[in-house]
Design a protein around this ligand. Sequence first.
Ligand code: FE2
Length: 369
Amino acid sequence: MSEDFLPIKGMDHVEFYVGNAKQAAHYYRTGFGFANTAYSGLETGNRETASYVMSQGNIRLVLTTALGPDSPIARHCYLHGDGVGVIAMQVDDAASAYAESTHRGATGAIPPTAVEDEYGVLRYSAIRCYGDTIIKFVDRSDYNGPFAPGYTARNGVEVAGNGRYKGVGLASIDHMVGNVELGAMDRWVDFFAQTMGFSQLLHFDDKDISTEYSALMSKVMQNGNGKIKFPINEPAEGKKKSQIQEYLDFYYGPGVQHVALTTGNIIETVTQLQANGIDFLRVPTNYYDVLEDRVGKIDEPIDKLAELGILVDRDEEGYLLQIFTKPVEDRPTVFYEIIERHGSRGFGKGNFQALFEALEQEQALRGNL
Ligand code: FE2
């Protein structure tokens, strides 16, 4: 198909539904270096929810909590724990995105809507994605307010309280991974292909993922201009319980497994994150003994990567550096990846075995193996 019927300009934001947005905002600020740039809640006339927009580089996370038990957001938290409720992308025409996707079989979640305040008109719509996740189409072309009507600007410096705001160098969202039930991966591959015009990344097919090591199957879907990448995992039969199944058991259904955030200097970023108390998965140290044989020459000192636990992978296009946090809530569900790309557009399949071993240890500690 030559014409992209659903042109997407890029990610707009990712909205988490959380049990306590005020405390989550503190964690994302002191842990991950985000600044609170906008707020909606009782003080702004919002009687239903409280939302904190957390910004760093081009990344915007929105942390939303319900102010009462009858809200669908309260229900989402009750069922799933803290998790991603909304994946929002920027488009030029939210009504067209809705019409084109629902016409092709997507289920509508929010019909085309326009909300207005003194900063202009914000237009959006949404369709249903896996589990209780929705995909939102946001058109900001006629809006220049802090975030959306109902929000007030918040100065990250003021909220930080120490007179200084400093991020950790996180720049953009690289990809977002969804976990779906056994047997459902191809249905969601078809969903992204048929209703949103995404295509499957060809260099990353079933055979690339060794299910013996990772006990998962994965396919990567990307949009027409390649800016949006959504890998989709399903559990695979392995010797032990799949980490995807562990997620599904504790999230009570499909949902976003991890969000990968880019940095231009992973050594500095991870040094800062670790100093801030963020916990990362650690692979066995012998990983680094054979690293240079596996990936060849890289710019970064290997002893420094080993000290921080940063992983490396290489393909025909270049290399990448990556590291994964432990789950960021008590349920073993959502986590983050920090990634720095040097040409490689892959996802680090060469690290699956080492990661699987590290994950198995964590699963065993949780009694979930
Ligand atoms: Fe990833």
